[in-house]
Ligand binder design. Sequence first.
Ligand code: 1PX
Length: 215
Amino acid sequence: SWSSDNQKFCMREVLDTFKLCLSPDKEVYLEHYVAGWRGLVKFLNSLGSVFTFISKDAVSKIQILSNFLSGESSSQYVTVQSMVSYELENQLVDVNKTGIHPESGCRTLLRLHRALRWLELFLERLRTSDKHSKTSVMCSEAYNESLAQHHPWLVRKAAGLAFVVLPGRTAFFEVMNVGPPEQVVAVLGEALPLILEVYQITEDLYAKHHLLDLP
Ligand code: 1PX
């Protein structure tokens, strides 16, 4: 996400990572999923320290999944599908909500999966916005429709305060570093269907295995 020549962040590269997530038979590669989030966190960090409490949580989840990816059972963590089968078959998931296995891959990925829904809603708003639209409004609408439903009051409050200081649309597009607004719109239009597909495949998989409300 940081191009080597000028060391500037580029959102196009991050969004491309999500395209790499889908295997030919529509499984979701965990490695690219995690890499996509890593890129998004870099972007978030470049927006300022107000967002640190958000990026810290994302980083800790990325770290948990990275540890599985490079751990002794790494071959079980190639795709989200293989992770779910492996963790369920080996009773590594807190399905009975007894507090064991608080850091399973399944529950950790679920948090990022819910955040991916926020991302999709936010990017869709950005894509269809005009120069008078406010990023803070787009962001909080997307949040209220998705992640907020899983967060306690205090987190919602803190998130709301952070959204207020988001840069305006013009500055935001500049930080994305994909070119003029028309180019941003085109890049978003290309990436969104892929993000949506990754989201939907994960959602269906989790629904099938009754994993959508893992503690
Ligand atoms: C072109 C635009 C790109 C924007 C990229 C921004 C990347 C944002 C990354 C956000 C990742 C958030 C992950 C949150 C996971 C979560 O829900 N964690 C909670 C539950 O975890 P637990 O382990 O306790 O069950 C945790 O409580 C979260 C705490 C931190 C607050 C989360 C607020 C999320 C707001 C999401 C919107 C980010 C705003 C970015 C503005 C651009």
